[in-house]
Design a binder for this molecule. Structure first.
Ligand SMILES: Cc1ncc(COP(=O)(O)O)c(C=O)c1O
Length: 387
């Protein structure tokens, strides 16, 4: 065992919403495309054709797994690029002047909306939330009634608190008012049985590193009837929709990771539910006044955000977890470590003036991880309280 493995073995990894470890079977699927089949899918010689065939097989497999047509899947560098493309292309090509979103979306959506507001004078409307972070369907409908046909961008599962939306309900509502529906499904691809056609989403996005695939690769689903154009210009890859030589090994890895995730999806959902409930009840039995941020009854079981009594500054609290070998987050990965804090938790009543931590579960987690985590959290509170 090398020293890197030693370090990771001592740690309890509960930060799977930030990223997941690469599945060894995914690595095996990718390796030949890094070592031997290095042709450019746009080349017409044998190596190029071999690469092209692997690219199109991956597209077909991913489309099939998500209730889409192969031509509706476009490969990208990840979730951020995919969210950017949906919003920017919808404004430019579909005549969108109004976007309805929520203030707790990922920054890939929120910052793109802010940019479109500033540069293109697009009107951004934020749907109301309850104090657990659930969106108000009544308010969404009121906005849809008042506005001309617009783009609704609402994430399927929130990456910080796990709350989920009902894609079918919102898909039908948006369709009734002749709008377009984009859902950031980065946290649910590979975790939840998605069928884009059935759910009436116009656009959706995914990122392989959230389901034990490689980092730096993702996709956009664009429903066939939505005639949008590229935002990255250059060669004619991806049928002219996204220029740049394809990241073939990673795309092959993403297809394999999705296949493996689908095979184990039901078990993973049940196991995460079990681990999540164990962690909440275990922590509540050893630490006073621990509360759940978000809506446990309506959430992705892979994500648990807890409010602890405020014993330390948030940065010191996170540091204590780290030195006790627990990998978890204060907010999303992009904001953890930065003193700026979460943009989601200010909307959640239980989170105010607390030490808030997101624990997120994945394939590799065991009951032993949860028990160790509870012991270590208890030790952190015992020492912090006696200071
Ligand atoms: C909900 C959500 N959307 C988008 C992204 C961005 O994805 P990527 O890191 O692949 O750019 C993330 C990543 O944390 C996410 O959780």
């Amino acid at each position: 065992m090398n020293s890197q493995e030693n370090v990771s073995n001592r740690r309890i990894y509960l930060d799977n919403a930030a990223t997941t470890p690469l599945d060894p079977l995914v690595f095996d699927a990718m390796e030949p495309y890094l070592r031997y089949h290095y042709g450019n899918p746009s080349s017409i010689h044998t190596l190029g054709r071999k690469a092209k065939s692997a690219l199109e097989t991956a597209r077909k497999d991913i489309a099939h797994a998500l209730g889409a047509l192969p031509q509706e899947i476009i490969f990208t560098s990840g979730g951020t690029e995919a969210d950017n493309m949906v919003l920017m292309a919808a404004v430019r090509d579909l005549g969108i002047q109004h976007i309805i979103t929520s203030p707790i979306e990922h920054h890939a959506v929120l910052h793109t909306c802010e940019y479109l507001q500033k540069v293109q004078q697009v009107h951004i409307h934020y749907v109301q939330l309850d104090d657990k972070g659930n969106i108000s369907i009544d308010h969404l409908e009121e906005l849809l009634k008042q506005l001309p046909p617009c783009l609704v961008s609402l994430m399927h599962a929130n990456n910080e608190i796990g709350n989920m939306i009902d894609l079918t309900l919102i898909g039908e509502l948006v369709e009734r008012y002749h709008g377009y529906f984009h859902s950031d499904t980065v946290q649910t691809v590979g975790h939840f049985p998605l069928n884009f056609k059935e759910f009436k989403v116009d656009f959706a996005v995914g990122a392989a590193h959230k389901f034990n695939g490689p980092k730096g690769v993702g996709f956009i689903y664009i429903r066939k009837k939505n005639l949008v154009k590229p935002i990255i210009h250059g060669g004619s890859q991806e049928r002219g929709m996204r220029a740049g030589t394809e990241n073939l090994a990673s795309i092959v890895g993403m297809a394999e990771a999705l296949k493996l995730s689908l095979e184990g999806m039901e078990n993973k959902w049940q196991k995460n539910t079990f681990l999540k409930e164990k962690l909440v009840s275990g922590l509540q039995s050893v630490i006073a006044d621990v509360e759940v941020n978000g809506d446990m009854s309506n959430a992705n079981p892979a994500v648990l955000n807890l409010a602890f009594p405020p014993v330390l500054s948030q940065d010191l609290f996170l540091f204590q977890l780290d030195i006790h070998g627990i990998c978890a987050s204060g907010g999303s990965a992009c904001s953890s470590g930065a003193s700026k804090g979460s943009h989601v938790l200010p909307f959640i009543s239980t989170a105010q003036n607390k030490n808030n931590i997101r624990f997120s579960f994945g394939k590799g987690n065991t009951l032993e991880d949860i028990e160790n985590c509870i012991e270590k959290m208890k030790a952190i509170f015992t020492t912090s309280a006696s200071r």
